[in-house]
Design a protein around this ligand. Structure first.
Ligand SMILES: Nc1ncnc2c1ncn2[C@@H]1O[C@H](COP(=O)(O)OP(=O)(O)O)[C@@H](O)[C@H]1O
Ligand SMILES: [Mg+2]
Length: 223
């Protein structure tokens, strides 16, 4: 099991009192699975992904990543675990505007200590896979929305995360570009056997995943 969550709860303190968002979420994802999580805006998809990616703290419940219980780990172990195993894709791409496509892709690898030639070589190969080879020296502003999102997905994948958490990765794209993102995700999964959890409110995207979950009153049910 890549990730397992048991009875996760999370609430926010707001001006009008306590807002219970997650009310006992159970979830487990195996190696190589692509799972969608659907639900209307405001139901808690981003909250859940942030907790699963250990970017935010849960109130109660248990979380295991790669069979390690997160509550038993030190902060340092947690950041190592996150860096090593988890990749994030956000709705808005968060590519660095001052850098070219290839540089955006190389940065996570350079940070990890991969040498520059090797990083570049590997990133150019990835760009070839998604038909963006001839865009390598463009800045993000010089790409279409769909192309930017494909680069953002690649960037989440360059360091081979075992688990990718994607928060509405196709949210601002037309259907065709959205399906290209899903194709890319499947292609990467087939190659690396990594796992994906994709929050989406696009049924056209969800239907291409291996398994579907949806939010119902603060918990997840099979969709
Ligand atoms: N930091 C926060 N403080 C207070 N309320 C929040 C906070 N973050 C999210 N919420 C509320 O929690 C609910 C779930 O939000 P979110 O997880 O972003 O939903 P989704 O991603 O499904 O649209 C929403 O009602 C939102 O307004
Ligand atoms: Mg959200």
């Amino acid at each position: 099991m890549i990730i397992k969550a048991e009875q996760i709860t999370k609430s926010y303190q707001t001006g009008s009192g306590k807002l219970e968002v997650l009310k006992g979420v159970d979830l487990s994802i195996s190696e190589g699975e692509i799972v969608s999580v659907m639900g209307p805006s405001g139901c808690g998809k981003s909250t859940l992904l942030n907790i699963l990616g250990i970017l935010d703290r849960l109130d109660s419940g248990d979380l295991w990543i790669e069979n390690k219980k997160v509550s038993d780990l030190s902060d340092r172990d947690i950041s190592q675990l996150r860096n090593k195993y988890i990749g994030f894709v956000f709705q808005f791409h968060h590519l660095l505007p001052e850098f070219s496509v290839i540089e955006n892709l190389m940065i996570p690898q350079l940070i990890k200590g991969v040498n520059e030639d090797k990083a570049k070589d590997r990133c150019m190969k990835l760009l070839e896979v998604v038909d963006l080879y001839n865009r390598y020296d463009h800045n993000p502003a010089e790409l279409s929305g769909g192309e930017r999102q494909r680069v953002a997905v690649l960037r989440a994948l360059v360091n081979h995360p075992r688990l990718v958490l994607a928060d509405e990765p196709t949210g601002n794209l037309d259907i065709e570009s959205g399906l290209k993102i899903i194709d890319l995700i499947k292609q990467m999964r087939d190659r690396d056997n990594n796992s994906f959890l994709i929050a989406t409110h696009n049924p056209d995207v969800a239907v291409h995943c291996d398994r579907h979950l949806k939010f119902k009153d603060g918990i997840l049910v099979s969709g």
